[in-house]
Ligand binder design. Structure first.
Ligand code: HEC
Ligand code: CU
Length: 368
């Protein structure tokens, strides 16, 4: 039984060791390293204390167990020296942990964001928590995207956290710990990614029924790859030239443009939700072009996730002429039944015919 128990336990432990597992111990940058460092310090202190206390306990049980004819042991109740010792030692241990905790807090605090240098530049991003998906705005480039936060490697990413609905929490286990997005309270955070790769991000504060489907990806690419990605994102949407996609664009204008923006089609430019979509004087109301309720779709075809990661955007399976489009292509599934896939989400639309879905897939997946 013990062996079986150990085997089962180890399988649970090692199950988390995959390359891309979103673990705080699988770090890819200095902020997460500082945080996991604190975890290890506290764990090792606890291990030492555990072995010490359990060791003395087991030793005492064996050495001083009751034997026939033994007298009652000496009673130490009320011994001031002992009482002091076992009050002071834990207090000191807690102060050591407090020291490392405060040091860690200061290391990753917004005030300690590294200054931009040639080797490690800085980039600002606004992360907006919607119900239930993430929007990312790049103020220096005037670009807005959703679900995937693409960033260059070795760059300080300075994140402005904004919500105008409920509290969400931004968490990318491999890169940085959690910070809440509190309506009316402007939280900031920063992180650096040292390694290229794709890291999972999660909303870590319960925000409604689809909270678990409010995921995102941080895609870390080389500085050159980022530049070329960004210059594509800055372009207006591609004008479709084949028939299916053209019909898709018309359909979008008629049925989707009240909630989604596509630059060059129904909006002139990307908008900054945090700056424009507020209750403050001069703020725009929900439903205006500056303040649409759904993700901007200008370059939807270049993204990996659909609707907070509830589905992968499996572009390769989305050839509009595929007779099994509705089985194979996740975008088609989403358009067929957004409420079935993500119940309660804000995309409430009338049923589309299979033909319309085919046209929309042709159009949207072409928006690279
Ligand atoms: C009433 C507003 C509304 C209408 C109308 C609407 N959508 Fe949406 N759409 C949303 C919202 C909100 C989301 C995000 C839902 C979520 O993730 O919780 C969304 C998500 C999406 C996504 C996933 C985008 C991403 O980046 O994850 C696609 C694609 C999409 N909609 C396409 C369409 C198309 C095509 C139409 C027209 C047939 C349409 N939508 C009509 C509100 C709307
Ligand atoms: Cu959330």
């Amino acid at each position: 039984m013990a062996l079986l128990g150990c085997l089962l336990l180890s399988s649970i432990l090692f199950a988390a060791c995959g390359e891309n597992s979103p673990s705080i111990l699988n770090t890819a940058g200095p902020v997460a390293e500082s945080e996991s460092g604190l975890f290890w310090i506290i764990l090792w202190i606890a291990v030492v204390i555990f072995i010490l206390v359990e060791g003395i306990l087991i030793y005492s049980i064996a050495r001083y167990r009751e034997r026939p004819g033994m007298p009652n042991p000496f009673q130490r109740h009320g011994n001031m020296t002992l009482e002091l010792i076992w009050t002071v030692i834990p207090t000191l241990v807690l102060f050591v942990i407090l020291f490392f905790t405060i040091r860690g807090l200061l290391e990753v605090a917004p005030e300690n964001e590294p200054a931009a240098t040639a080797a490690q530049p800085r980039m600002a991003v606004t992360a907006v928590g919607h119900q239930w998906w993430w929007e990312f705005h790049y103020p220096n480039y005037n670009v807005t995207t959703a679900d995937v936060l693409e960033v260059p490697v070795g760059t300080t990413i300075s994140v402005d956290l904004f919500s105008n609905n409920v509290i969400h929490s931004f968490w990318v286990p491999a890169l940085t710990g959690k910070t809440d997005l509190v309506p009316g309270h402007d939280n900031k955070k920063w992180f650096v990614a040292d390694k290229e790769g794709t890291y999972m991000g999660i909303c870590a504060e319960y925000c409604g029924t689809q909270h678990a489907n409010m995921r995102f990806e941080v895609k870390v690419v080389s500085k050159d790859a980022f530049k070329s990605w960004m210059s594509t994102q800055q372009q207006a949407a591609a004008t479709p030239n084949e028939d299916l996609a053209k019909k898709g664009e018309d359909l979008f204008k008629n049925q989707c443009a009240s909630c989604h923006g596509i630059v060059g089609v129904n909006v002139k430019q990307y908008y900054d939700t945090k700056a424009q979509c507020t209750d403050a004087p001069g703020g725009k109301a929900n439903g205006t072009p500056e303040c649409l309720i759904g993700p901007n779709l200008t370059h939807f075809g270049s993204r990996n996730l659909i609707a907070g990661g509830v589905l992968d955007n499996n572009t390769a399976q989305c050839d509009p002429n595929n007779p099994n489009l509705l089985k194979d292509c996740n975008l088609a599934k989403w358009l067929k039944d957004p409420q079935g896939i993500k119940p309660g989400n804000d995309m409430a639309i009338g049923a589309l015919t299979n033909e319309q879905i085919q046209q929309l897939v042709a159009y949207l997946e072409g928006l690279k």
